[in-house]
Design a binder for this molecule. Structure first.
Ligand code: PEP
Ligand code: MG
Length: 556
């Protein structure tokens, strides 16, 4: 459906606060296969186009490598070298002159021959297949004069529109260039949303029709309401990130002094520094897999130690919960790729990877222990995607053997919530991952825009499951944290405290508003809010019921 530009107004789900407007850049997701017709009139001239196109691609990648560090830099440098691979280019030139193919088609076919050989060789070489395809698409795009697939280099600040973005793409966005992000897919707890919040980029997900808006002068994006409007003319770039000005004293506590640690979710050293600056009392979720989204091979223990130390350093003497690699499904890691699965979210992901690749987990635990010793942070570890008490016990034993003092597990699979008592008994602490718990409870993919409403953390069925975990945690005297996105909503955070949470972990930007909300309510109000929200019919009713309980006493 192509909208009439002046009147288009789309509605998605606002997932990262702020309002911005600017020209649009659309991410190209795939390039169609170039045709072998028409045959070039002058094959010699056509063949001569291949090398300059490849060199332009290589130069661009090399220039991009200069701007980043670590793994990302190494990856871009390798890709740049592959783009200028003389064997690939010679093969493409030959296909133009001998078979009369257009240059783009010749590059496509030459790359296919290479990928088949790499795949047949297996092992490390087979892992390069995707890289060759990436190069192929870039050179083909250069030859036919279109944007290559993936997030383009932005020449000036723009609103980025995409079907969805991989976590690695989102993590690499430059907040100075990306004014706002709008995706057709994704939900409030998808990693696109989580990373956009971490970067402070206003974002709207699940925005049906946004890919069909055609060539418009600009877009106005409201990350709070989810409204995306076409600007009538090419708008001047305006950004206004709405920050609720709130006063919070930096100590998580209810008005009557019930302590609730206010922790941050981080995935990089930069986010850790920002979290410390925002007053986090520690880290409640360090997503270690975010460090390796673009790593092609397993980092050494030394490299992991360095990466983890950089994240722990700002929190010396403070609690930090390091989650072991949560690879798979929406966060694939090249070095832990499972065999093809029909439904990766239900396959080998999270802790399940470690059942067969225990060596990888052991090396990671060794690096975490070393980083803890180096930095003096009070480190705990926890496992993602634990389904049973038996799995929890297995992980805790392994962590202790590695020298970890405090080992816990995430409760984010409904089975673990239903067996919360036994899971709590097996672990030193539990942390509720409401994002996955919602996805699996509602059978609603976090990344699919059409089911975004089911992933609303105020869904009463989700809250009832969290309350079951809370009851088990209280009865077994197991510390209970919440590190899913639910903890970042101030009133929902109060409900979670009412359910029994003793720590809440969230994106750094939410700390002050959640801390201020808790400081203004009594713990008995939190309990009443939970009691009121649980038996409701839908998220809207749950919100209203909780709000009534939280505001009633305060005005007395
Ligand atoms: C969760 O599932 O709620 C969670 C915190 O983990 P992630 O979002 O990384 O899957
Ligand atoms: Mg999860």
């Amino acid at each position: 459906m192509v909208q009439t530009m002046s009147s288009a107004r789309l509605k998605g789900v606002g997932v990262s606060t702020g309002r911005a407007s600017g020209p649009v850049v659309t991410v190209v997701h795939e390039l169609s296969e170039p045709s072998s017709l028409p045959a070039p009139a002058d094959p010699v001239a056509e063949a001569a186009r291949v090398r300059p196109a490849a060199e332009a691609v290589a130069a661009r990648l090399a220039a991009r490598a200069e701007t980043v560090a670590g793994n990302a830099r190494a990856l871009l440098e390798t890709t740049a070298a592959m783009a200028a691979d003389p064997a690939l280019l010679a093969q493409a030139e030959k296909l133009v002159s001998t078979r009369g193919l257009p240059a783009a088609r010749a590059v496509y076919e030459a790359a296919e021959t290479f990928t088949q050989a790499l795949a047949a060789a297996g092992g490390y070489l087979a892992e390069r297949v995707q890289d060759v395809r990436d190069i192929r698409d870039r050179i083909v795009a250069e030859l036919i004069g279109v944007e290559p697939p993936g997030v383009p280099e932005l020449a000036s600040p723009s609103v980025l529109v995409a079907r969805d973005l991989a976590p690695a793409d989102t993590a690499g966005l430059d907040p100075a260039k990306v004014l706002a992000l709008v995706t057709e897919q994704g939900g409030p707890t998808s990693h696109t949303a989580i990373l956009a919040r971490a970067l402070g980029i206003p974002a709207v997900v699940a925005c049906a029709g946004v890919l069909d808006i055609g060539d418009v002068p600009g877009l106005i994006v409201d990350g709070d309401t989810g409204v995306v409007e076409v600007a009538a003319k090419r708008v001047a770039v305006v950004t206004a990130v709405r920050q609720r000005r709130v006063e919070w004293n930096g100590v998580g506590s209810t008005a009557d002094g019930r302590r609730v640690k206010m922790l941050a979710n981080v995935g990089s050293a930069a986010e850790s520094v920002a979290a410390a600056g925002a007053g986090a009392e520690g880290i409640g979720l360090f997503r270690t897999e975010f460090c390796y989204l673009s790593a092609s091979s397993e980092p050494t223990v030394e490299a992991q130690t360095r990466a983890y130390s950089a994240v722990l350093a700002p929190f010396a003497g403070k609690p930090v919960v390091v989650r072991t690699l949560d690879a798979g499904a929406d966060k694939p890691l090249a070095f832990l790729e499972p065999d093809a699965e029909p439904n990766p979210a239900l396959g080998i992901r999270g802790l399940r990877v470690a059942f067969t690749r225990t060596d990888v987990l052991e090396r990671q635990l060794a690096a975490i222990v070393a980083a803890a010793a180096e930095t003096g942070a009070e480190v705990s570890v926890m496992a993602p995607m634990v389904a049973t008490a038996e799995e929890a016990a297995w992980f805790v034993e392994l962590a202790r053997a590695a020298g970890v003092e405090r080992a816990g597990v995430m409760v984010e699979i409904p089975a673990a919530a239903l067996a919360a008592r036994e899971v709590c008994q097996a672990a030193d602490f539990v942390s509720v991952g409401t994002n996955d718990l919602a996805q699996y409870t509602f059978a609603a993919d976090r990344q699919v825009g059409a089911v975004a409403a089911l992933n609303d953390p105020w869904q009463p069925a989700l809250l009832r499951l969290v309350a079951m975990i809370g009851k088990a945690a209280i009865e077994t005297a197991t510390p209970l944290g919440v590190c899913g996105e639910a903890a970042a909503d101030p009133q929902l955070a109060a409900v979670l405290v009412g359910i029994g949470a003793s720590s809440l972990s969230m994106n750094a930007g939410a700390l002050a508003s959640v801390g201020a909300e808790l400081a203004g309510v009594h713990s008995d109000q939190c309990q009443l809010a939970a009691k009121a929200a649980l038996p409701t019919r839908d998220p809207a009713q749950a919100r209203l019921a909780a709000r009534a309980a939280l505001t009633a006493k305060r005005s007395r």
